[in-house]
Structures are given as C-alpha cells and as structure tokens.
Design a protein around this ligand. Structure first.
Ligand code: PLP
Length: 424
C-alpha cells in the first residue's frame, strides 16, 4: 500500500493540465483598453509636478480653495448613522425610505403618480447604475427599440447603451456657432424619428454643454413627444446644481408629467449631496397603473440580482436621514445653493477676466450656459496648448468644469485661455 506521502508526492509532481505557455496565451491578445477621456485627464493632472497645475477636467465640486467638500448636513447625518447601523443587506430594490424621498424630489412632494403608486422605482448605483439598469431593461423588454442620444452628451452614455446592446441614434442638440441650443434641428429630429422612439434627455445642467432648453422650449419638445408618442428617459445627475433650487431644476420633468407622458428617470446624489463615492441614486419608471409598476419594479430587481444582488446601505441611509428631517433638509437646500452660486460666480469672474484681457472673442456663453460645465468652444489643439504650456487639464472637447475654478486660479486660467485663443 502506498504511504500517504507517496500519494501526495504523486499529486504534487503531476503536471498542471495547462502548460505555462498555453495559460499565458489565454490573455496575450488582449490590448489595453483606451483611457476614459474624463478619468484620463485626472491621471495626467496627478502625474504633473508643476505647482501651477489646474484641473478643470473632472465634474466634481471643489470649494474656493480647490478642496473637495463634504456637506455639513452629510456630516450630521453620518453622526446619526454611526453606532445605529447594522450591516444587513438592503432589499433588492434598495432603501424604501431613500427611494420614497428621491421620488418626491423628481416628481414633486404631492405628486398624484406617487399617491397612485404608478412609479416603479429602485435604488441604483448612482446615476450611472440607474442609466445602465434602464438600458438593460429596455433591451430585455423592448428589444426592437433604439435610444436617441443628444450630440454631444456625457461620453459614458454611449458606453452604457452600447454595453446593453441597445442600438443608438443621435439627435441634434448643440449649435457650435451660437454655443447654444440648436432648437430647430432638435425639433426636426424629434419629428423625423419613428413613432414611439426612446430619447435620452438631460433634465437640467446638460453635460458637457451647459446648454438647457428654456421652459417654453421644453413645452414644445414635450408637445412634439406627445404627437409622436416618444418615450423620454431623463438623466438628472445635477438636480439643484443648475439654479441652486432642486424644485426649479425638476421643471422639465414636471412639464412632461403635466402633459401625461410615461417617463423614465435616473437620479444621482453624487453631485448635489457630494456623495460621489457612495454611489447612491435611483431609477424610476412611471407606468400606466399600479399593476404595471409592480411588474416593472420586480423585473428591475430581477436584472439587478445577478449583477450586484442589492445596493449599498451607507449612502442610502445618509440620504434618507437628510431628506426626512426638515432641519437637515433645509440645511441641504442651503448648501446646494452655496455650491451652485459659487459656480455661477466663477462663470462671471472668468468672463470678466477674459474681457479685461482684451480678448477679441465673445465669451457671453460662459454665463449663458448653466450647471457644472462650460463648453468653451476651444479646439482640441487649443486645449493641448493649455495643458502643455500652462499645466491646465481638461477634456479635449473644450469642456471646462467650472467647479474646479476658484478665485485663486481664475485669473491664471483666463490668461491662459486668452493666450491660446487670441489668434484664432
Ligand atoms: C449627465 C450625467 N449623467 C450621469 C452621471 C453619473 O454620475 P454618477 O454615476 O456619479 O451619479 C454623470 C456624471 O458625471 C453625468 O454628467
């Protein structure tokens, strides 16, 4: 009988079923993925040793010293969470309280749709996760549909619907000459799309252009959507960041609701509560009745289950504590306004500085645009010069994150922009 050691020796000396060479060939043809255009900017910024460097690439709020901000209402809510939190799983659809409060923000506190339980809603992994969940839902239950996406848009929208295998079409949005909305072409595209098309709309503070339709234009868009029976999917990543008032920033959605549309909506607390890394958001779909809403919600949960089972608890608790406590909610509303006002102030300062330098160009669009971003109109070559000569980092489409502009760097930034644009 073989001794025990002999048995094990035999096992150890057996050759692995795959030789070292065939294992390595499994992955050898995989090329590195292209850098994400937005996250790549931060990497380059961090690697630059220059003391003058400025990052106006990433859409994350900074205070006037260029430092990340944790809102006071969040700090207070965190203190309440600490000690009282167990680490149990949330339900598949996430925190019911958080979702309820989040629907109030988008649909209005006294919304009949909420009372009638017509909204299928689940907590999502921030705005990105909400968009992705919807895209997967669209593919699974409306497999012949497409999504119309504005030109330009947040670059990740293309990735999200691509990976969900939903065919993409585009519609006109931005007018490069006026640096405003190309309303006529947008309306033509809405009219010419096949009846019942899906459209992705930025509810407010359009990224990257900072160009939003006026209230009147939203009404016309909504009317035409009704005529064509199109479905609007609102991505609302910046509620409160545009005007400083979350109610006002929900206006586009409210117009569509008044007009009797069914809608989809992605909400995020990354920007307006500064909960970027907590990944807390919500996907909602307004259905025709409660029965449909129950079915849709159960299917959304079914899609989430094999991906991540259930969403994280910490950020959701912070949000529900803030929004369900009148004092904390008031504090949040004030803090959102402070952030929005600082950005609006920096828009004026950047424009004034450029004018003082005697720039021959018009910079009206800096203050006409709204939200976190200014779509400056600079060319990729001009942006390259800003980076090489002035250590200023931003995406090559000329998008300036106004949240990264401060009283300390606005003069330097204006001067650099003037230098690279004055001979254009
Ligand atoms: C238009 C738009 N949608 C969605 C998001 C998603 O953000 P998050 O997933 O961090 O909530 C962003 C973030 O930059 C955005 O600009």
């Amino acid at each position: 009988m073989a001794s025990k050691t002999a048995i094990f020796r035999g096992i150890l000396s057996q050759k692995p079923r795959f030789g070292a060479r065939s294992m390595s060939s499994l992955f050898q043809n995989i090329e590195p993925a292209p850098k994400d255009p937005i996250l790549g900017v931060t990497e380059a910024f961090l690697a630059d040793p220059s003391p003058d460097k400025v990052n106006v690439g990433v859409g994350a709020y900074r205070d006037d010293n260029g430092k990340p901000v944790v809102l006071e209402c969040v700090r207070k809510a965190e203190r309440r969470v600490a000690g009282n939190l167990n680490m149990e799983y949330l339900p598949m659809g996430g925190s019911i309280k958080m979702v309820e409060e989040t629907l109030n923000l988008a649909y209005g506190e006294n919304s009949d749709f909420i009372k009638e339980k017509r909204i299928a809603a689940v907590q999502a992994l921030s705005g990105t996760g909400a968009c992705r969940l919807f895209a997967d839902f669209q593919k699974r239950f409306l497999p012949d549909s497409q999504i119309y996406i504005p030109v330009p848009t947040w670059s990740n929208h293309h990735n999200i619907w691509r990976d969900a295998h939903v065919p993409q079409r585009t519609f006109h949005y931005y007018h490069p000459e006026s640096k405003g909305l190309d309303f006529a072409s947008l309306m033509d595209d809405v009219k010419n799309a096949p009846n019942g098309s899906f459209f992705l709309l930025h509810a407010c503070a359009h990224n990257p252009t900072g160009v939003d339709p006026t209230e009147e234009q939203w009404r016309e868009i909504s009317y035409q959507f009704k005529v064509k029976n199109h479905f609007p999917f609102f991505d609302m990543a910046y509620q409160g960041f545009a005007s400083g008032d979350p109610e006002r920033d929900a206006k586009a959605i409210r117009i569509f609701l008044e007009d009797g549309h069914l809608i989809g909506c992605a909400q995020s607390y990354a920007k307006n509560m500064g909960l970027y890394g907590q990944r807390v958001g919500c996907l909602s779909v307004l259905c025709e009745d409660e029965k449909q809403a129950v079915a849709v919600k159960s299917q959304l949960q079914q899609i989430a289950r094999p991906m991540y089972s259930n969403p994280p608890i910490h950020g959701a608790l912070i949000v529900s504590i803030i929004l369900s406590d009148p004092d904390l909610k008031n504090m949040w509303l004030k803090e959102v306004k402070v952030m929005a006002d600082r950005i609006i102030g920096m828009r004026s300062a950047l424009k004034e500085n450029l004018e003082k330098l005697g720039s021959p160009l018009s910079w009206e669009h800096i203050t006409n645009q709204i939200g976190m971003f200014c779509y400056s109109g600079m060319t990729p070559e001009q942006v390259d010069r800003l980076t090489k000569e002035f250590h200023i980092y931003m995406t090559r489409n000329g998008r300036i994150s106004m949240a990264g502009v401060t009283t300390g760097n606005v003069g330097y930034l204006a001067n650099a922009i003037h230098e690279v644009t004055k001979c254009a």
